[in-house]
Design a protein around this ligand. Structure first.
Ligand code: HEM
Ligand code: 2DC
Length: 469
């Protein structure tokens, strides 16, 4: 017999009191650990209300399957109200990230063809490969200059630049020049704005941004300033391409980039294109760079595994004879490493859907319209879902039965990450070039945990040493 919704365990009766406790636990930074602890206390399903934000939380792949089957024609995730509030405040259009319903679907279908369909990969790979090569050349130079035949550093700023250069090259078909010694201060400002934007978002998940705006709170003001910086920089890039496109006559042979393709296709309004391209540019920096940083950290901790990956890359290189698209088909262990990184260090602490129909999970009835969250971080560390979850083991992903609603780092279904193909190609090419050129090492006995700043980030700098092979 199915049990009613109100019997789901958890703390959901007093949102204000829960918010107070959450704040006392420094919950803004510890969301992922608090979720893990809640699953330990309440079991595989619990209900929760923090402030005005109410949800049902699940952890099992089988339950995730039920939720995604009930996501309906217009899948909707948790609205990040700080982000919509900014756009409303400044009178800017929502892009695909923030749209919902038919408006979302019609935009997403067109964007899919230019951004995530398998056929665009052949356009992206040469551009991304070049950025990867430039990154390696830059590291070689740093090593030379050090005079010690190695380079010990916190790579995060370098990786932010790599990620922005990569996503820009694909969006605009052109280089920003961020792998050079002197970079455009506006590009650096863009990178800093994204960090601030994420950081200032997390408190506003629980305290309505409208309220914070009325009382003139610093977190809201900083948030607005950060988005202003992001939109201004994206506007500059977009205007450049738009102008160039109108000046150019005759057919270009070279792939012109996502933005120019969308403009020439003429199926979305310019305002819609601008909104989504800005989101793609902003979404493409911290996500891939942090995932790459965690991957290098894990490879530094597992030198034997690092050699195994290097051997796979060497074989793939020999067999594909310079054809990078071919090469990307021959590196299953490198791909497994990226999946393993996202399992232990996911960018998104959870996936969420407002379910479109009633469902039954763990024998509880859940009515249509409920916000259901899959605890991605908690699932990745659950021994009932992953054998020896504490071990970083890329080879576990070589078994296909492993994939049943377990590889969800980019989300699922029609609402999954739009940047997924770009992110995957960019990260795979990065690892290929790094493994071919350097050995990665780290100081012994340094464990780094995650901290929540809307996305999960390393709680302290990760210091790595790169040595030429
Ligand atoms: C959405 C993860 C990189 C742009 C998402 C979602 C996740 C995610 C979990 C929500 C999916 C869902 O609800 O099912 C990641 C990870 C990345 C990454 C782990 C890299 C390691 C990127 C990049 C871009 C990007 C490089 C841009 C080029 C977006 C956009 C959405 C999204 C626009 C919203 C899509 C929509 O609502 O239709 N991402 N992402 N992401 N991501 Fe990413
Ligand atoms: C954060 O409880 C925790 O990919 C909240 O590239 C629920 C939640 C909702 C939406 C998630 C967000 C979390 C984490 C960051 C995500 C976001 C959807 C898209 C965004 C996962 C899990 C991200 C990083 C995008 C951001 C693009 C933006 C900067 C233009």
């Amino acid at each position: 017999i199915v049990r009613p919704f109100r019997e789901i365990p958890g703390l959901w009766k007093n949102g204000a009191a829960n918010l107070y406790n959450f704040w006392k636990l420094d919950g803004f930074k510890n969301l992922h650990r608090i979720m893990l602890q809640n699953f330990n206390t309440f079991g595989p399903i619990y209900r929760e209300k923090i402030g005005y934000y109410e949800s049902v939380n699940i952890i099992n792949p089988e339950d995730a399957a039920i939720v995604f089957r009930a996501e309906g024609h217009y899948p909707k995730r948790l609205q990040v109200e700080a982000w919509t509030a900014y756009r409303d405040y400044r009178n800017r259009k929502y892009g695909v990230l923030l749209k919902n319903g038919e408006d979302w679907r019609s935009n997403r279908v067109i964007l899919n063809k230019e951004v995530i369909s398998p056929k665009v990969l052949e356009n992206f790979v040469p551009l991304l490969d070049e950025v990867g090569q430039d990154f390696v050349a830059r590291v070689h130079k740093k090593i030379q200059r050090s005079g010690q035949n190695k380079w010990t550093t916190d790579l995060s700023q370098e990786l932010f630049k790599y990620a922005l250069e990569s996503v820009s090259s694909v969006l605009y078909g052109d280089r920003l020049g961020l792998m050079l010694d002197y970079i455009d201060p506006e590009a650096q400002h863009f990178i800093d704005c994204i960090t601030v934007m994420f950081k200032t978002t997390s408190p506003m998940l629980y305290i309505p941004p409208g309220l914070l705006r009325q009382i003139g709170a610093k977190v809201w003001r900083d948030h607005v300033e950060a988005w202003d910086g992001i939109f201004n920089q994206a506007d500059r890039c977009i205007t450049n391409i738009y102008r160039r496109l109108r000046e150019e006559t005759g057919a270009q042979k070279k792939y012109p980039g996502v933005l120019a393709s969308l403009l020439m296709l003429d199926k979305l309004s310019i305002e819609d294109i601008k909104a989504s391209v800005t989101e793609l540019m902003a979404g493409g920096v911290d996500t891939t760079s942090i995932t790459l940083l965690w991957t290098l950290y894990e490879l530094a901790r597992h030198p034997n595994l690092q050699e195994e990956l290097r051997a796979e890359v060497a074989t793939a290189r020999a067999e594909s004879q310079g054809d990078m698209l071919e090469m990307l088909k021959r590196i299953p262990l490198v791909k497994g490493a990226l999946k393993e990184t996202l399992r232990l260090h996911p960018v998104a602490v959870s996936l969420q859907r407002y379910i479109a129909e009633d469902i039954i999970i763990q024998n509880y009835h859940i009515p249509a319209g409920t916000l259901v969250q899959l605890g991605l971080y908690a699932m990745g560390r659950d021994p009932k879902v992953f054998f020896r979850p504490e071990q970083y083991q890329p080879s576990r992903w070589l078994r296909t039965e492993m994939h049943y609603f377990r590889s969800l780092g980019f989300g699922f279904g029609p609402r999954q990450c739009l940047g997924r193909r770009i992110a995957e190609a960019e990260m795979q090419l990065f690892l290929i070039h790094m493994l071919e050129n350097f050995r990665v090492e780290k100081q012994r006995n340094v464990e780094v945990q995650s901290t929540f700043e809307l996305i999960l980030l390393p709680e302290k700098p990760i210091i790595l040493t790169l040595k030429p092979l």
